[in-house]
Design a binder for this molecule. Structure first.
Ligand code: ADP
Ligand code: ZN
Length: 528
């Protein structure tokens, strides 16, 4: 690995243009590779410093660095930030007037630009490709490269066309960058972008300043308010919700409770979204309540917490969203409230989603990995990093399972009670029953629905009085998470799996976690 020396032009640019003393992590080696004309595939967590990895080679090499980015809304900000440093940068995308576009094109061909940002769809046009033919190109940078992955949540079909860059300009070095990648996604990026010969740079994905906490969802809005008031009063943060409606409702609740919160989702007019985003970036201590439409490319260093009120669909999504906390390196919180209804809802969404069986299976695997992270009794950080193929010894001391280790208990008998109830209900043709009815039967409740279906006559009626309703819901949740039970159809009917049979036949034990009382951290003084 080459290291930068004082005479190194890259280090000189780092100091002179960007005003930093030294490279971080693998930046020096990455920059060295690209400056030397080699291809690179860079996996670095959010906040790791990916931009310099292509900006500096673009300045060191002759010609213009062409940056492909899906984040059209941020291009103006990026170009302005570079201009403030004296870097000659511009962008080409659909928001430009014809006149501005012509000006950028003239500057490009005249060799007056160090960096040009383009949207991936722009590279599908003949005119743009012809324009680049008349340009001296220093490098191609493909940002947010995971957008090429068809299995990922940010898939952009235009990214599939980017292999054209290599075919058309084989001698121009390429650097693909992403903050989201398991070994499988990395292989997919390399294959689809024709980067099999590229050097891979995989940084550690650990974010030591983020504390991970996943709590059982009880009264989510109250839990969120407690978190904000006791630990993050007056601080900036992001609250993620699954639906637009819950974004609106949660933002309103926070405002009613005296917390400065703004909503953000794709259903809002573009002008409102842009205004809320820029207020969040520029003002102190605002809480953005958003769907996952918000956040990609947002560089706000002092986001002190990211809270999820709904279960993310995958560990990649969870990691990327929580990674927006603490980019300045100061202590930050990643908090997720998760409950039985989340599992049922996500399984239903998958069950009723478009796409073929393979696609649904893939979604199911993503969800299972996320559930495993929620239900683990091990260090969350170690489990999270293991998902990305990175080892961590565990015992990090700054996740909830390290701070208050959950006890495991033998839930085999409880599991059998649930599964045999589901088994008996299963046989009532044409009827479907969800979690509520199963719990009512176990608790022996005399409800209208119990009487209508004569469920009081089932042998399992009332056999579950040893546990509370909440405890039964936790048992069902963990059975769903462990694949020992599943849900089907739009009504969320509980259905047995192959694993259920093993439990019922006494061939398999079921370990469950007790929910320990989780101490809140002591309230902090408000920042001045
Ligand atoms: P990423 O794109 O990986 O999320 P950025 O490129 O936006 O990260 O960098 C994150 C922050 O770290 C930025 O504020 C950037 O200026 C800063 N940064 C990057 N490299 C260095 C460095 N070598 N020294 C100091 N600060 C750096
Ligand atoms: Zn830990």
């Amino acid at each position: 690995m080459a290291t930068a020396t004082a005479t190194d032009p890259a280090l000189d640019v780092l100091r002179r243009v960007f005003g930093y003393d030294s490279f971080r992590g693998e930046q020096a080696a990455i920059i060295d590779t690209v400056v030397g004309g080699g291809d690179a595939l860079v996996l670095m967590p959010t906040g790791g410093g990916k931009s310099l990895c292509y900006q500096i080679p673009a300045l060191v090499r002759a010609g213009t660095g062409v940056v492909v980015s899906p984040l059209i809304a941020l291009m103006q900000d990026q170009v302005d930030a570079l201009a403030a440093l004296g870097v000659r940068a511009a962008f080409l995308n659909s928001t430009l007037s014809l006149e501005d576009r012509r000006a950028v094109e003239r500057a490009l061909v005249a060799g007056e630009l160090d960096l040009l940002y383009v949207a991936p769809e722009g590279l599908r046009s003949r005119a743009t490709l012809d324009l680049l033919d008349r340009t001296q190109i220093a490098l191609f940078a493909i940002d947010e490269a995971h957008c090429v992955s068809q299995w990922g949540h940010d898939f952009r079909p235009d990214y599939l066309e980017l292999s054209v860059l290599h075919q058309r300009w084989p001698s121009v070095p390429r650097i693909a960058l992403t903050a989201t990648a398991t070994a499988a996604t990395r292989a997919e990026i390399a294959q689809r972008l024709d980067l099999e010969g590229a050097r891979h740079f995989v940084s550690s994905f650990d974010r030591p300043n983020i504390t991970y906490r996943i709590v059982p969802k009880d009264r989510p809005e109250k839990q969120l308010l407690d978190l904000l008031r006791t630990e993050h009063a007056g601080e900036a943060g992001i609250v993620y919700c699954l639906s637009r409606a819950s974004v609106e409702k949660t933002a309103a609740t926070l405002v009613e409770n005296g917390i400065q919160a703004l909503p953000y989702h794709a259903g809002l007019p573009a002008s409102v979204r842009a205004a809320n985003q820029s207020r969040f970036l520029r003002e102190d201590g605002l809480v953005m309540v958003a769907t996952i439409a918000f956040g990609m490319g947002i560089d706000k260093p002092d986001v002190r917490f990211v809270a999820h009120l709904d279960l993310p669909k995958s560990v990649e999504g969870y990691y990327q969203e929580t990674g927006r906390a603490g980019r300045d390196g100061l202590p930050s919180t990643a908090w997720l409230a998760y409950g039985l209804a989340d599992v049922v809802q996500q399984r239903k969404l998958i069950e009723t989603s478009d796409g073929d069986a393979a696609h649904r299976r893939n979604l199911g695997q993503h969800l299972n990995a996320m559930l495993a992270l929620c239900e683990t009794v091990e260090c969350r950080r170690a489990q999270l990093l293991a998902y990305f193929g990175q080892t961590h010894p565990g015992g990090c001391g700054s996740c909830d399972t390290c701070q208050a280790p959950p006890e495991a208990w033998d839930g085999t008998v409880a599991a059998q009670k649930v599964l045999s109830t589901v088994f008996r209900l299963d046989r009532e043709r044409g009827q479907s029953f969800g979690v509520g009815q199963v719990v009512d039967i176990l608790l022996g409740r005399d409800t209208e629905k119990v009487r209508r279906f004569r469920h009081q006559e089932l042998s399992v009626f009332g056999v579950g009085k040893d546990l509370s309703e909440n405890e039964w819901r936790a048992v069902v949740r963990q059975l769903l998470a462990q694949g020992l039970l599943t849900v089907e159809g739009v009504h969320g009917t509980l259905v047995l799996t192959a694993g259920s049979g093993e439990v019922l036949a006494q061939r398999r034990e079921v370990r469950m976690r007790h929910e320990p009382a989780r101490p809140m951290r002591a309230p902090k003084a408000r920042k001045g």
